[in-house]
Each structure stands twice: as C-alpha cells, then as structure tokens.
Design a binder for this molecule. Structure first.
Ligand code: SF4
Ligand code: SF4
Length: 108
C-alpha cells in the first residue's frame, strides 16, 4: 500500500486536533501572553513601561495618574512586564478581548 494511503487511514481514525471553540475551552499553554494588566498598588510611576511599549499602548491616566493600557493597541509583546521594576505588570491568559465598548478596550 502506498505510504500516503496508510497515512490517510491513520488520520481518519485519529481524534481531530482542533476543538469546537467557543463551546470547548482549552487552557492556554504555559508562558502564553494574553492581555497585560497593571497592579496599581505596586506601581511606582517610573514610566518605564510607557517608554518600552513599541505600540504606544500605555499612557498616563489623567484621573489616577497611573499608567493605563489600551488593549486595542497592544500586541502582547510583554516588554512592559519585562521592564517593570516592581513586577506590577502581568501578562494574563485573557485573550477574549473583543468588545463594542471602547472604554473597556482602553481600561486597565
Ligand atoms: S514600569 Fe511598572 S512601576 Fe513603572 S510606571 Fe509602569 S507599571 Fe508602574
Ligand atoms: S505587551 Fe507590549 S504592546 Fe502591549 S502594552 Fe505591553 S509593551 Fe505595549
């Protein structure tokens, strides 16, 4: 039997590698970079994250005077979390960020 046929038969008997998202959830792998979040309590306002962000997704919130991440601009590179001296920024596993609410996209 040609090799390709045996491969086809093998694949027919295998479970699919894909899942029926969003009905089936899969935990992101270790080290996955989802939405970054800032622990405002830990922030010392050094602004290193703003300087490091290649997408200019972080700005100073005029009310709180703390950094705020615009998730609509973020490309989840993780640079902000890397440079933060107090580890105030964490890359979460949250990747479901689509929203009709611009304030939610800007918040955090
Ligand atoms: S780098 Fe960290 S401590 Fe500095 S402003 Fe950003 S979140 Fe705050
Ligand atoms: S993860 Fe990258 S793009 Fe997103 S806010 Fe941090 S530095 Fe900017």
């Amino acid at each position: 039997m040609p090799r390709i046929l045996s491969q086809v038969l093998k694949n027919l008997l295998r479970k699919p590698a894909t899942v029926k998202y969003p009905y089936v959830r899969v935990k992101p792998p270790k080290g996955y970079r989802g939405a970054p979040v800032i622990d405002k309590e830990k922030c010392i306002r050094c602004w290193l994250c703003i300087r490091a962000c290649p997408d200019r997704a972080i700005s100073v919130n005029k009310e709180t005077k703390k950094p705020s991440i615009w998730h609509g601009r973020c490309t989840f590179c993780g640079e902000c979390a890397e440079v933060c001296p107090t580890r105030a920024i964490t890359m979460t596993e949250d990747f479901e960020l689509a929203t009709y609410d611009i304030q939610r996209a800007r918040s955090e």
